[in-house]
Every structure is written in structure tokens, then in C-alpha cells.
Design a protein around this ligand. Structure first.
Ligand SMILES: Nc1ncnc2c1ncn2[C@@H]1O[C@H](COP(=O)(O)OP(=O)(O)OP(=O)(O)O)[C@@H](O)[C@H]1O
Length: 733
């Protein structure tokens, strides 16, 4: 006997949760157990309806599904006794005859009369010659009802919506979640056939639609699992009940997300999508699904920073506390680590064998690979050996980039090699003379590294990649069976070489999650240059689960007019993303001075705290560490105690102040973007002046940074600045 929980049932009062759990646990064992009182209702619209006794005052409303071999129950919800009886009389669990989606709907007679058209308060009244949105796109009622299977009264209302905001409000009243999502897709210009494909809609075999078997089957399909969760264990049941909507990502996946979870790919596969579309959720579900295969495989889950990796680890355990986590590279189970920490681990584990890799990558068979070179070492090397460099190349940023993008991935250890190497994608052209001058500095940098017994992070990644490649060539196998990468847009060439080397090329080898618009560290690179070919195995997620439509629109306007390309080298456009949630407009607050900006920020944060928001759900995001400290102390002076979050995680209790970089991968209820002024974002970036294309890329990263920061807000976004606003934001709509 299985219990299936409808999404509508996961919003239980905290006081009721323990009782609900006890009731459902028993029901899962045996529906005849005394005390459960599973009973049919006289004159109910659906003969499958049952009520069950949760406690003296509360009843569960369930649907009993009987197939030849078993009986299963769908929980619709729990209500006080009389309400539960009223609900039980009118609800029906049916299979939509056109879309094949299981739905719980109220029987026709009980439905409210057609509501008047909802028009957003800010929207201008539609003039007589402006057609409502979907009519304007050429859709008719029949397209919605007969082709997609949407409820007819709902469709009538949908066709009255004048603009996106009113459509969003109507979609929110959809009789079933999939219907609301389909309407949002229509409004975003997705065709009916594409919507069917995205949501996995397909008409059931005609004679079948009323049978319990057909409903059970539909509940197992991706479109069914969007709002119905098959509970596999009591632990899972407890989590679903206790976390309500917060835990929704763990059980109710969009069909577009679900298709990534269990699918077998012939080679590297990729999920792309804007901020908040659930890419990380997909990575976590897929990692869990892979590690549950027999025998337990070795799975690597990695991302750009250690902080992000810590969050992945935490959420993987939230998804499933039974997931076998390991801390040793190459052991069965899931190893979660930041990419540089992983590289460091490989290098440490290699012990004496690293000398061979070092000889090939650095030209010296050194074993001194455990200490890290400080960034300033490039400045020293330029000072010592850069006398022949043209002025524009006397730049640490140039050398860091050239070293990571050209020298290390090509395993260049001599001037002769460097004079010959191709440098595709590097903007700054170098003739023979310049290359020689550059190599003098690289050689000095390496000599200094050897003298101090240090290597830098880029070198560690290159060493680890080479070591694993040599091990594989020597027949000693690979360290992982499956590799999953989150925030992949930020990784460097050596990182990709490392990832390619740690898993055998083949089925389900690499799974890559990326959003080119969120590249805030790395450079544009093309995966195929590193032996990773994802052609035909990439798909985009488009529904934003995190942010309101208002915040999302604002965040996307930051990207307007900029060109991005993804890891497959394809142009990434930011159209077509949508949110199913509506909220207040983004607040733009111009201030006369930084003190006034601090006043406004303190005022806003205090009002949110006074309104009952938990401190840790509020964040002030700033450009740099200096400003971070300034804001923390400025808020404290104004009586608002905030926590400054850097390397360590966020603690419950106080509002958070962190840099926009650090905010990557996080989310908050309400967010202040502080100091969004001209000169700060985008920063002046003098260090990138060595080349126009480097500067353009740096500019793009600044845009992405603002986009990342803006998309951290679930419900409310407030943007402040003093002086001139950042040129990246539109101040008036
Ligand atoms: N199917 C789902 N049901 C409910 N909530 C979901 C679902 N998928 C994702 N979410 C929620 O949406 C938010 C964003 O998800 P996630 O972090 O996976 O997105 P992302 O695409 O990785 O975002 P970013 O690129 O900004 O880091 C999270 O709060 C997550 O719990």
C-alpha cells in the first residue's frame, strides 16, 4: 500500500504535522487498522473519496485507488471535521482526457461563477483596439480547451487577461498547477506542441480515463509527479510533512526537471537555465539517483567554490539523509567538494607520483606542491623580468589569464613551445617579441614558485588533471564513474581537463549545469576544446521557482544589450524565462549620500524585522569587502545588528551582509542591493585595460554580478545608491 501526497496537502499547520504523520504512517501499513476510520462519503462526487480520522477534530480527505494487486491512497488534505466532509463531497480525482494529467478538481456545480477579468492595478486600461494578450497571439478558446485540455471556465478567464501581470494573477487561480504553468508558457510565446512536450502531456487511451489503473499510471508519469509525490519511506513522509512548501523541491519536480534525473545519456549532458530555474535541484536529484544504482558508483559533485560545495552537501542530505557521502576521492558514494579543493586533494593523494605530472606541466619534477603562491607573486615576477614588456601587458590580470588560459592547459614549459602555441579566444595579439617578453615573466614566476616550494591554484588544477590522465594511460583506471558540475560557467580550462580526466568518457560521464549569464569569475570557453562534447544533450529550464515576476524582469533588464555565449559556444539569450509568482515592484531608492543610503537600508531592514521576517532571510548585498564592513557597522550605529558573512555560512537570527560574489547560490526573502552606483558597478577595472576584449569580458562579468545579486531575492528587492546610479540599471521603467 502506498501513500501519495498531493501538493495541495503539504501546507499543514505545524500543530497538526505530528498527527498527520502518525495517521499516514499507519495508513501506509494497513488501511484497516483500528483508529484510522477510513470511510466513504454518502453522495460524494467521486466514489473513490474516503475520509480518515487524524484526531478528534480533524479528518483527512483521501482517494482510494484499487488495482488488481494493491490499494493506494492519495492524500488531498486535512481539515477540521465539517470542512473535511464538505470538501470530500465535492472533490474528484480525474484523469484529464486531453492532457492525461491527474487532477483533483471540485465538481462543476460547486465552482464559483466566472470571475471578472483581473487587471493589474498598475496596468493601463486596455483600449478598445488592444486585444487581450493571448487573443492577440492568435489563440482561441478551443486551442486552450480542446488542444491543451485546460478547464473551460479557467480558459475563458485566461483569454480576458490584458497583460502579463493580469495573466499571472489568473494563472494563480488555475484549477490544477500544470494548467497555470501551461498558460504562463503560452504567454511567453511557447507553442502548444512545445508545451505538451515540456510538460509531458499526452492523451490517455480513450477507454481508460475513468479506471483506477489509468489514474495510478498517470500519477507515475512526470506530469503527474509535478503535483503528486509517491512516498517511499516513513522518513520521506516525515520530511514532506514537516517542511511543507520549503521542501517542495525535494518531491515535486517540474517535468522538465524530472527528465534530467533518471535519464541515461550516452556522454556529457548539460542543463542550462536562468537563475532560480532549479538547476541545482536537478543536479542534486540526479546525483542521488545515480548513487542509488547498484553497485554503488563513485560520484563527484563539484562546483566553483567551497562555500557552494558546502551548500550542495547540506542540500543533498536534506534531499536524502541516507545518501552515502564520502570524503575520500575514489571511494563508492558521493564526494562533494569545490573544484580547487578537489584538485588539491588529488595532488595530495598522488604523493610522489605528482613529480611526473609536474615535470610535464611545469617542466620540473617537483614534489613541493602543497603550499600556495600568493597573487602578488605575478607583480614580483613582472618587476624582476618584465623590462621588455609593453606597458599594457605589465598587468597581473593579463598574466593570470594568459597562464590559466594558454600556458597551463597547453602544458607549455619552454619559450620554444610558447612561441608556437595557438591562442584562440585570447583577444590580445602577441608577436614573437612580445611572446618572448611574456615568457621571461612566466619563467621568473615559475622560478620563484620553485624557490619557495609553492604552486598556485591554477597550477594545482593542471597538475591534478595531468596526474589523473597519466594514471588512466598507465591502466590504473579513473577516480569517478559519474561527475556532476554546478555553476559550470565559472570553471577554467584546467578545471575542465581535470574533470575530463577523472571519469572515463562514456555513458553518464559528465553532467553539467550552467548559466552563462552568471559567469562572474571565469572566461568564455568552449567545452569541445577540452574533449567534452555535449551536442544534442543540452536542454534549458525556463520556469523560475525563486523570484517573483517583478524581480525577475528587473534582473533580466540588467542583461539587456549584452552578448553571452555558453559552454557549447552557443549564444545564450535571456528571453523566455518566467516566474509563476507575483510580488511588489522592485523599489529603487536614490540617496543623497552614503549615510542617507545607510539610513534607508536600516529603515527597510528594521521594518521587515518588525513585520516578523526572520533575520537570516534578509540580506544586504554589497560590491566588496570594504563596503561590507562599512554597512555592518553603519547598520549597527543605526540599531540594526547584522551578521557579516564571508567564508563561514549564515547563522540563524540576524540579517546578513555579504558581497555580491559571496551571494552566488544563496537566496533570501528580501534583499537590498546596496551601493548600485556609477563607478562601483561596473567597476573601473583598470587592471583589464591591457586589452579591449579583456575589458569587455570584465564588463560582462560585472553585469552578471548584478544579475546574480538581484536574483537572490525571492519576494522583495530594494535597490539603493547615492550619487549617480549604475549605468547597468534602468531607473525609470
Ligand atoms: N520543483 C521545484 N519545486 C519547488 N521549488 C523548487 C523546485 N525547483 C527548484 N525550486 C526552488 O527554487 C529555488 C531555486 O532553485 P535552484 O537553486 O536549484 O536554482 P538554480 O537554477 O540552481 O539557481 P541559481 O542559478 O540562481 O543558483 C530554490 O529555492 C529551490 O528550492
Amino acid at each position: 500500500m502506498s501513500v501519495i501526497i498531493a501538493k495541495s496537502a503539504n501546507k499543514l499547520e505545524p500543530a497538526l504535522r505530528a498527527k498527520a504523520f502518525a495517521f499516514l504512517e499507519k495508513l501506509g501499513e494497513n488501511d484497516a487498522l483500528p483508529g484510522l476510520h477510513i470511510e466513504p462519503i454518502v453522495n460524494s462526487a467521486d466514489s473513490r473519496v474516503r475520509t480518515g480520522r487524524v484526531d478528534q477534530g480533524y479528518r483527512a480527505v483521501l482517494f482510494q485507488l484499487t488495482t488488481p494487486t494493491r490499494t493506494d491512497y492519495v492524500l488531498h488534505g486535512i481539515w477540521p471535521h465539517d470542512d473535511a466532509i464538505a470538501v470530500a463531497k465535492k472533490v474528484r480525482l480525474t484523469l484529464n482526457p486531453i492532457s492525461g494529467v491527474p487532477e483533483i478538481i471540485e465538481s462543476r456545480e460547486q465552482l464559483a461563477p466566472v470571475a471578472p477579468p483581473v487587471v493589474a492595478p498598475t496596468a493601463p486600461a486596455p483600449s478598445a483596439d488592444v486585444k487581450p494578450l493571448l487573443l492577440g497571439y492568435g489563440y482561441s478558446l478551443a486551442d486552450l480547451t480542446d488542444d491543451l485540455g485546460l478547464d473551460s471556465r479557467f480558459s475563458e478567464r485566461v483569454l480576458t487577461a490584458a497583460d502579463e501581470d493580469s495573466l499571472l494573477a489568473i494563472a494563480d487561480t488555475a484549477p490544477a498547477e500544470w494548467q497555470g504553468l501551461a498558460v504562463l508558457d503560452l504567454a511567453a510565446g511557447v507553442s502548444v506542441s512545445d508545451i505538451k512536450e515540456k510538460l509531458g502531456l499526452a492523451a490517455p487511451a480513450a477507454e481508460d480515463t475513468e479506471s483506477d489503473e489509468a489514474i495510478v499510471e498517470s500519477l507515475r508519469k512526470p506530469a503527474g509527479q509535478l503535483t503528486f509525490a509517491w512516498i517511499e519511506s516513513n522518513e520521506e513522509l516525515e520530511r514532506v510533512i514537516n517542511e511543507g512548501d520549503f521542501g517542495a523541491w525535494r518531491v515535486f519536480l517540474h517535468p522538465e526537471q524530472r527528465r534530467f534525473v533518471d535519464k541515461d545519456y550516452k556522454g556529457p549532458a548539460r542543463v542550462t537555465g536562468g537563475a532560480g530555474t532549479g538547476k541545482t535541484v536537478v543536479v542534486l536529484h540526479r546525483a542521488r539517483a545515480l548513487v542509488r544504482r547498484e553497485p554503488t558508483p563513485r560520484v563527484l559533485v563539484t562546483t566553483y567554490t567551497r562555500n557552494l560545495a558546502d551548500m550542495l552537501k547540506r542540500d543533498l542530505l536534506r534531499l536524502d539523509p541516507e545518501v552515502p557521502l564520502v570524503t575520500t576521492v575514489g571511494k563508492s558514494g558521493v564526494y562533494v567538494n569545490g573544484i580547487d579543493a578537489f584538485a588539491g586533494q588529488v595532488v595530495r593523494d598522488a604523493q610522489a607520483a605528482i613529480a611526473k605530472a609536474a615535470e610535464e606541466v611545469l617542466g620540473v619534477a617537483t614534489l613541493e606542491v602543497l603550499e600556495r603562491t600568493p597573487h602578488a607573486a605575478w607583480d614580483d615576477a613582472i618587476g624582476i623580468a618584465g623590462q621588455n614588456l609593453p606597458e599594457n601587458l605589465r598587468s597581473r590580470a593579463f598574466f593570470e589569464d594568459e597562464y590559466a588560459a594558454v600556458v597551463l592547459p597547453n602544458e607549455i614549459t619552454s619559450l620554444t613551445q610558447y612561441l608556437r602555441v595557438r591562442r584562440p579566444g585570447r583577444g590580445v595579439a602577441l608577436d614573437r617579441g612580445k611572446r618572448t617578453a611574456v615568457w621571461d615573466v612566466v619563467a621568473a614566476y615559475r622560478a620563484s614558485g620553485r624557490a619557495h616550494g609553492r604552486v598556485d591554484f591554477a597550477e594545482v588544477a593542471a597538475l591534478a588533471a595531468k596526474h589523473l590522465q597519466l594514471e588512466a594511460e598507465a591502466g590504473r583506471g579513473r577516480t569517478f564513474d559519474h561527475v556532476l558540475i554546478d555553476e559550470a560557467q565559472d570553471l577554467s580550462p584546467s578545471h575542465w581537463k581535470l574533470l575530463r580526466a577523472c571519469v572515463e568518457a562514456g555513458a553518464n560521464d559528465l553532467f553539467i549545469s550552467e548559466d552563462a549569464h552568471q559567469r562572474i569569475y571565469g572566461h568564455r570557453i568552449t567545452l569541445s576544446h577540452y574533449g567534452i562534447n555535449v551536442v544534442g544533450r543540452a536542454r534549458r529550464l525556463t520556469l523560475n521557482y525563486r523570484t517573483t515576476a517583478q524581480n525577475l524582469r528587473w534582473a533580466m533588464s540588467v542583461l539587456d544589450g549584452a552578448d553571452y555565449s555558453d559552454l557549447a559556444g552557443e549564444e545564450e539569450d535571456h528571453t523566455g524565462y518566467r516566474s509563476a509568482r507575483s510580488g511588489p515592484p522592485v523599489q529603487m531608492v536614490e540617496c543623497s549620500s552614503q549615510n542617507a543610503e545607510l539610513d534607508e537600508t536600516a529603515k527597510a531592514v528594521r521594518s521587515w524585522l518588525d513585520a516578523g521576517d526572520a533575520g537570516e532571510t534578509l540580506a544586504v548585498l554589497v560590491k566588496d569587502r570594504y563596503q561590507q564592513e562599512r554597512v555592518v557597522s553603519g547598520l549597527a550605529e543605526r540599531g540594526v545588528k547584522a551578521q557579516s558573512v564571508d567564508k563561514a555560512g549564515t547563522k540563524p537570527g540576524m540579517p546578513v551582509v555579504m558581497t555580491m560574489h559571496r551571494s552566488k547560490g544563496t537566496e533570501f526573502g528580501k534583499v537590498v542591493l546596496f551601493g548600485v552606483r556609477d563607478g562601483s558597478i561596473p567597476a573601473a577595472m583598470r587592471e583589464l585595460e591591457y586589452d579591449e576584449s579583456a575589458k569587455a569580458e570584465g564588463h560582462l562579468r560585472e553585469r552578471s554580478l548584478l544579475y546574480v545579486a538581484a536574483t537572490r531575492a525571492r519576494d522583495l528587492l530594494l535597490v539603493t545608491w547615492s550619487g549617480k546610479p549604475s549605468p547597468l540599471v534602468k531607473v525609470s521603467p
